[in-house]
Design a protein around this ligand. Structure first.
Ligand code: IMP
Length: 174
């Protein structure tokens, strides 16, 4: 089955280059810290797997899965943890790895939840940011690309669980 109506927004090459830059910054900031990178399933999986291979120092990886509560979650901001971490993060230097900051509701919830577990530090790296869609104030500490208010797919991001395998980040024209 061929893909139709896809418009490339960010090419695989541009993503690769940006990840190198982000990894360099992170490597400097976390020097000798052995950070724990927490990938938010499922969208951040591709980003996380490329990012960690560009970071040349000891680090740990864990995953969380979250979902919104019911149809109205976008406005309620209530997030349900579907898969929690395998370990305590007390005293650890945590870096949350997310695919995109949209309304900001997921990350502001996740940030508060993880922050209450007494890590030594906690930061967020997001590959994409749609600032125009924000409902709560939230800024990632490390951000790849700021993009306009368009629904994007590929490089881990899905539409109805499809398109995660695309190498580029694309706009789905329906
Ligand atoms: P937020 O809570 O509204 O910031 O959005 C969090 C989640 O919504 C992201 O982690 C994505 O999984 C999903 N999301 C937001 N915008 C897009 C998009 O343009 N394409 C695919 N998924 C998106």
């Amino acid at each position: 089955m061929a893909y139709e109506s896809l418009e490339v927004m960010i090419t695989a090459e541009q993503i690769k280059e940006k990840i190198r830059e982000l990894a360099e910054e992170i490597s400097i900031d976390y020097k000798e810290k052995n950070p724990l990178l927490i990938g938010v399933l499922k969208g951040a999986v591709v980003f996380l797997s490329d990012l960690i291979r560009e970071i040349d120092m000891p680090l740990e990886v864990d995953f969380m899965a979250v979902s919104s509560y019911g149809a109205d979650t976008a406005s309620s901001g209530i997030v349900r943890i579907q898969k929690d971490l395998d370990q305590s993060i007390k005293g650890k230097d945590v870096l949350i790895v997310e695919d995109i900051v949209d309304t900001g509701l997921t990350l502001s919830y996740l940030f508060q939840n993880l922050n209450s577990r007494q890590p030594n530090s906690i930061n967020v790296v997001a590959l994409l940011d749609k600032p125009d869609r924000r409902k709560v104030k939230f800024e990632a500490d490390y951000c790849g690309f700021k993009i306009p208010d368009r629904f994007v797919i590929g490089y881990g991001l899905d539409f109805n669980e499809n398109y995660r395998n695309l190498k580029d980040i694309c706009i789905l024209n329906t």
